[in-house]
Write a protein that binds this ligand. Structure first.
Ligand code: AKB
Length: 342
């Protein structure tokens, strides 16, 4: 008999770690964590199995089908936007080819299981592309179907990943004699920048927010790579995990689309600085915009309209900007870097 597991790809990443914690707290014991990097030991203990492996490895995919029944997939593995600009083809491999392999594996799983496999796909604010700052300011919050003209490889990859998911969920092999679409219950969330108190992202372009706060707490100088007036949507990590879990559980009949925006607050970089400085008055933060990374964040909207998520599956973040800082980020980050001597 194949063992039934919940598969998390990219399990050693920021979101993967937080998701393992959340699912295991809810009593999920059969997590199969997969990543090219090792999952931290404390979290490994919360998984049934933590595998070191690459989603691009066909043999590994075959092994997953042969050994495990996988009715739930959280496909979190990705190369983020800044990193992807340095190695666009490698990003395409991981972000697109990797997603395709997982979708194919999900189809096989679903035909073994005789029921749809839930496929959760984190997408991103990076799928949007605003032509200029004037338009960005005028438009404000974008709806899911608007301004999807990304300028980054990562944004293109995520947008296409959403389309692949739609194809596999609704139109897969539509000309086959025994065509049976519906093997995959694909659900995508477009996340804003995420800020965790416990981990730091690598290779993203929204990284200035978490980097600034974590550096300040460690007493390290930080040169913020965007202008003070840069405004982007953000979310505290617990809300990101909450949205993933809630969308996965939402009854299919309440969903009117496959991809949903979620967001919670959209501070300027200067507002992030002010809140960080209030908590860590000695913080040595300067603004030294990197014009190329600035251009990327300038192409992302200043907010996402998440009214569909609110209406369809009751989405509502727990942390607005003030609460994210006062109740989640500052106390936990302070504790994390507290010296043993106090
Ligand atoms: C990144 O900066 O690449 C990510 C994202 C916007 O998805 N945080």
């Amino acid at each position: 008999m194949r063992k039934e597991v919940v598969l998390i790809t990219g399990a050693a990443g920021e979101m993967g770690q937080a998701l393992i914690e959340r699912l295991s707290e809810e009593g999920v014991k059969n997590i199969l964590a997969l990543d090219v990097k090792p999952v931290p030991e404390a979290l490994r203990a919360r998984c049934q199995l933590a595998m070191l492996g690459d989603i691009l490895d066909g043999k590994l995919m075959d092994r997953l089908v042969a050994e495990f029944a996988i009715p739930r997939i959280f496909h979190l593995a990705a190369l983020l936007s800044t990193r992807a600009e340095f190695t666009p083809e490698a990003a395409h491999q991981v972000n697109v080819e990797g997603t395709l392999k997982l979708l194919k594996m999900a189809v096989e799983q679903s035909s073994w299981l005789g029921r749809p496999v839930t496929f959760m796909f984190p997408s991103s604010v990076a799928v949007y592309g605003m032509p200029d700052l004037e338009t960005k300011a005028r438009v404000g919050a974008v709806r899911e179907h608007q301004w999807t003209m990304p300028t980054t490889m990562y944004g293109c990859n995520k947008l296409y990943g959403e389309q692949l998911g739609r194809y596999y969920a609704r139109h897969y092999r539509q000309l086959a004699a025994n065509a049976r679409p519906g093997g995959i219950d694909f659900r995508a969330i477009r996340f804003p920048g995420l800020i965790s108190a416990f981990t730091l992202p690598t290779g993203g372009t929204t990284d200035y927010a978490p980097e600034m706060i974590h550096a300040a707490a460690q007493g390290a100088p930080y040169a913020c790579f965007v202008r003070e007036d840069t405004r982007l949507p953000f979310m505290a990590m617990p809300d990101a995990i909450k949205s993933l879990v809630e969308l996965e559980r939402a009854p299919a009949e309440s969903l009117t689309q496959l991809t949903y925006n979620v967001t919670s607050f959209n501070p300027s970089a200067e507002a992030l600085f002010t809140r960080t400085k209030a908590a860590f008055p000695n913080a040595a933060i300067t603004f030294e915009p990197d014009l190329k990374r600035q251009k990327i964040v300038d192409s992302w909207p200043e907010n996402q309209d998440d009214s569909r998520a609110r209406a369809d599956w009751g989405w509502s973040p727990d942390y607005d900007e003030a609460r994210a800082f006062s109740d989640y980020l500052i106390p936990n980050i302070r504790e994390r870097y507290r010296s043993p001597a106090g």
